[in-house]
Design a protein around this ligand. Structure first.
Ligand code: HXC
Length: 265
């Protein structure tokens, strides 16, 4: 499959997806969002048949930006209804990323602003380089977050910090992003950033595929639930784990003092 704005390649256990529209700082033109949607659909289909990769790594090309947001040029010609459809198109993509049964790691080098920050927030794990900058500058355009930030920024960094960032539109550097929990880890440069993302996928790849997938979907499902409802979902998910060959293999290997080989079902 040839894409206009993406590069997709397998590296070890990771599917590396590079957003490659550097002339517009990787802004999320509709066509680019559709291409991402296509990659995620293909990934989901491949994972329904087996485990050809164990994680996605999402990054931006050009060295200056992960993603500088929605495409402001394209957006400026939209009617209110078209703007809503644009928002919903991106919501669909982020939900599909969250539904993939493998983790998604964002490797953020440079700007992750507006929709770019929101795309990172839909990833399970966010790593950043020292030069990364995050922000939700929508209010400076007279807009509000539209690609999931209203929901996911508060979930990740808490309601107070989310409000400060959204109301001021100010940019934060990777050190502050780390401090507030928007970012998991900061790496000195792009090379070590991508290496850390790939290594994380390799660590994941040693674990039981169905267990990682179930854990991801359970974490997503309980995030907005009251404690007791979340615990009920967890107990059901824990039960489901006991129906998998992966858990049989994992438990038996522990008792036999062997390294497990997981069948992935
Ligand atoms: C379209 C963009 C763009 C964007 C940059 N470019 N960001 N094009 N949409 N979001 C283009 C510029 O027009 C320019 O094109 C080229 O990329 C390089 O950008 P410069 O501005 O020249 O670079 P620099 O001076 O280094 O400034 C970098 C920057 C700035 C600080 C990141 O580009 C910027 O503020 N961009 C917009 C960031 C933003 O507000 N994002 C949030 C969008 S709203 P030319 O052709 O001139 O070379 C959003 C809402 C989501 O995301 C919800 C919607 C439903």
């Amino acid at each position: 499959q040839a894409y206009r704005h993406l590069r997709v390649e397998q590296q070890g256990s990771a599917l590396l997806v590079t957003i490659d529209r550097p002339q517009a700082l990787n802004a999320l033109a509709t066509e680019l969002v559709d291409e991402l949607q296509h990659v995620v659909a293909q990934a989901a289909a491949a994972l329904a048949d087996g485990w050809p990769f164990r994680g996605l790594v999402l990054t931006g090309a050009g060295g200056k930006a992960f993603v500088a947001g929605a495409d402001i040029r394209e957006m400026s010609a939209m009617s209110p209804d078209e703007a809503q459809a644009y928002s919903q198109r991106m919501h669909r993509l982020t939900l599909d990323l969250e539904r993939l049964p493998v983790p998604v790691v964002a490797a953020v080098d440079g700007y992750a602003l507006g929709g770019g920050c929101e795309l990172a927030l839909a990833c399970d794990v966010v790593f950043a380089s020292e030069t990364a900058r995050f922000g939700q500058p929508e209010v400076s355009l007279g807009l509000v977050p539209g690609f999931g930030g209203s929901v996911r920024l508060q979930q990740r960094v808490g309601p107070g910090m989310a409000r400060e960032l959204i109301f001021t539109g100010r940019q934060i550097d990777s050190a502050e992003a780390l401090r507030i929990g928007l970012v998991n880890r900061v790496l000195p440069d792009r090379e070590s950033l991508l290496a850390a993302a790939r290594e994380t996928v390799e660590l994941i790849a040693r674990q039981a595929p169905t267990a990682v997938g179930n854990a991801k979907l359970t974490l997503g499902a309980v995030a907005a639930l009251p404690t007791e409802d979340g615990l009920a979902v967890e107990a059901a998910s824990f039960r489901d784990a006991f129906t998998t060959d992966d858990s049989r293999a994992g438990r038996a290997a522990f008792l036999a003092k062997e390294t497990p080989s997981f069948p992935g079902r």
